[in-house]
Every structure is written in C-alpha cells, then in structure tokens.
Design a protein. Structure first.
Length: 422
C-alpha cells in the first residue's frame, strides 16, 4: 500500500510521559543527562523549525500527574529557551488515575501519515505500535522494539502492508564516534572477540521497579544498544548462531523490592559465524542497573572489538570533557544532548545524536508522505524493523537462556520457527 501524497508536516503523539520523554520522574527533574528530557524537547524544537505540524500530543496512563508534567515542560523548556512553544494535548483526562488504553483514544485523533513516538515499558510496545500502524500512522519506537521475534515479524509485515515507517530509536547509530567505529570495523576483516558494557545507577531502580523483573529485564533495556551496534557492523558479513545468558542478583530484589531473582546484571554470550569464511567470532554483551549512584557518569558505556586485522575500542562515557558543579565531578557528553543555549537564547542541541535520531525519522516520514522516498530506500539507511530482526532474536534468545539456567539457544532456529509460524 502506498502512502497518500501530502506535503504538510506530520503531527506527533508521544506515548509515555516519563524520564526520556519529559525529564520528569517521581515529581522531580531527571538525571543530569536527561534533565529536560529528550523526546519532548526535540519534538517541540522540530515544530519550531517547521518540520513537525501544529498538533503535538502526549499520552500516559495516569492523568492525575499530567498537570505537573505540563508545568515541568513549561518551566524546563518553554520558559528557558527562546521561542519554544510547549503547548501539548494530553491523555487521559487530568482526573483519570489509570487508563492503560488511553493511547487508543489519542491515536484515534491522528490522521493517516502522522507519527507516534513510543517510550513506554517494553511489554507495551507491540500493542501500541500495532494500533498505530493499522491506522496508517508512522512509528518511532524505543529499543527494544518488541520482546519476541514473532512480534517483530508480525509488526514488520503490518508496517509494509499499511505503507508506514516503523523505525527503532537506536540513537547510537548517529553518534559520530560509533558511526566511524562501525565503518572501521568493517575494514578489519572477520571479528574474533567483541565485548560491551553498559550500566545505570541503582537509583534508577526506583523508576523501573514497577516493571523490572516483571515484564522485562536489564538486557532488553540496555544490552539492546550494543547488540545493535555489533549487529549493524556485522550486517551482511556474519550471522548469530547461539546465545547463552547469565545473570547476577541481590540488589534489585533485596534492596528495591523487585521480584525475587530479578537480575542486577545480565551477560549475553553470542557466537557469530562469518558468511564467507565460516570463521567463528564470540561476543559478550553485559548490562547492569546496579552501578554506584554517585559515579562521574550516569551510565558507563563502552565496547571493544578484536578483529583479524586490528582492534577498535570506544568509551562513550568518557569523551575528555569533565565538569565539577555543585560539589559533583562529572564526565559529560554534549555529543548526545546539548542543553546549553546559543547566544540568542535558543535551544542549540540540534547536532546531538539524541536529537538526530528523532529528526531522521521525522524527515523520513515527511519525505515518505510526500512521495519523495520509498520504504525500500529507507530500509537501506535507517534502523527499521526490517533490518533489526537479529537484534530482537539475540535479546529473546538471551531471555530464554536465562530462564533455562544458561542453556544455549539456537538463534537461527528461533528465527526459522517464528518465520514458519507466521
């Protein structure tokens, strides 16, 4: 199905009202690297620049907190940056304490060709995205896109059928250092060993304990970043064969009230096979939400890859830029989100990779609506559902292995079974 031609910028509905969307968590400002949020700020600025239409909406579950969220957006963004209009329609109504299906009412107000951005708990992504896709609405969904290969393939087929773009918000693909590292890796021959580590402080469990260990885990939430980076580098070069996963516990369950056995860290070990040589490479992806609360960074993020003709090492958390403020030492990264203003008082973070990943989706949706580009062309350049299936497969295999005590899971069999069952 082809998208009807329109030249008006798309309107956007943001699904989720938490830290990444608004910078507002549990009645206060979020961590320093997301203190004004990301999604809301970017969307408001894209509207200011004429790339987003006049209607911006936001939907959550608890309407009673929305007045405070809107006030936060006005104070942190609207009143801080020159010319920034933070007008936003919200769902559910302010007097509704809980409506898990409020997203349906919100999406129903959109027109075909508009867009939905999903930053909600992992287990809700599929239902929200599918509801939007079936109504001809483009989707940008945070990682993990969904939790199973079956959901991934079902949603990808629906997106193709309805002629809409579903992009996964994998912002590390817009980090200039990660971009270059990916291209360097592809010139170093077969890889031998890849290892990555990504963490968040223990205090984040106060935000995540409503779903941590219940509907998702730290591997889906954080390992998805570097699994994608590695899979992106291996695209067309190697395929994942087997996955074994192992976890550690004692903090999330015993100190934060998460279900017994909730993993504090998860290590996913994946064997890859190179297509031409049949050589085997081993990858080890580790994620944790039990890191110290007062470290110099909110999130440790790094990877190393040893290849046959060289080695690549990237430390995303330490870019050589240090700041001490309010008796706190920090290693900061404005390449991700730059919140400081320009000389005229306007927001000046348009080159941050947290901004660019959202802008790329908006530009692609507008181009698709106008008939200037096809879905096939977008699949070549953006992280869409159609080219990120292996990421979901590795994540699902990791969860299956954990639930079986570390027993290896055949990734190719998982992919084949899901494809056959479709």
């Amino acid at each position: 199905m082809q998208m009807e031609t329109t030249h008006a910028p798309l309107n956007i509905l943001m699904c989720g009202t938490g830290e990444y969307t608004t910078g507002y968590v549990s009645g206060s400002e979020a961590a320093p690297d997301k203190r004004k949020g990301v999604v809301g700020l970017v969307v408001f600025d894209l509207k200011r620049r004429g790339k987003v239409g006049p209607r911006i909406g936001m939907v959550g579950v608890n309407g009673t907190k929305l007045p405070a969220v809107r006030a936060h957006l006005d104070a942190a963004i609207g009143n801080d940056y020159k010319g920034m209009d933070t007008t936003v329609e919200t769902w559910p109504a302010d007097n509704v304490p809980s409506d898990p299906e409020a997203y349906k009412s919100a999406i129903d107000t959109l027109k075909r060709g508009d867009g939905v951005i999903i930053f909600t708990p992992d287990d809700t992504h599929f239902d929200i995205a599918m509801y939007a896709v079936q109504r001809g609405i483009h989707v940008l969904v945070t990682k993990p896109a969904v939790k199973t290969v079956a959901q991934h393939q079902h949603l990808a087929r629906a997106a193709r059928e309805h002629g809409v773009l579903v992009q996964v918000e994998l912002h590390k693909r817009w980090d200039p250092i990660y971009q270059d590292a990916r291209e360097q890796l592809r010139q170093l021959g077969d890889f031998t060993y890849f290892t990555s580590y990504m963490s968040q402080p223990q205090k984040q469990l106060n935000t995540f304990k409503a779903w941590a260990g219940r509907s998702s885990d730290i591997s889906y939430y954080l390992n998805s970043h570097h699994i994608d980076v590695h899979a992106w580098a291996m695209q067309g070069r190697a395929t994942p064969l087997t996955v074994s996963a192992f976890g550690s516990n004692g903090v999330a369950d015993k100190q934060f009230g998460c279900p017994g056995g909730t993993e504090d860290s998860i290590t996913v070990v994946c064997q890859w096979q190179h297509t031409r040589s049949n050589n085997i490479g081993t990858a080890v992806y580790t994620a944790a939400w039990s890191a110290p609360d007062n470290a110099e960074v909110h999130s440790q993020q790094r990877f190393m890859c040893l290849a046959h003709r060289g080695e690549v090492r990237v430390d995303q958390a330490h870019r050589g830029y240090e700041l001490t403020r309010d008796q706190k030492y920090m290693s900061i990264n404005p390449l991700y989100m730059k919140y400081t203003k320009d000389a005229s008082g306007h927001f000046a973070g348009q080159r941050g990779y947290g901004y660019l990943s959202i802008e790329a989706w908006v530009d692609a949706c507008n181009a698709l609506n106008a008939g200037r580009v096809t879905l096939n062309e977008l699949n070549l350049s953006l992280p869409t559902l159609e080219n990120t299936t292996e990421v979901t497969a590795i994540l699902e295999a990791g969860r299956r292995s954990l639930d079986r005590g570390g027993v290896p899971v055949d990734v190719q069999l998982l992919l084949a079974e899901r494809a056959a069952g479709c």
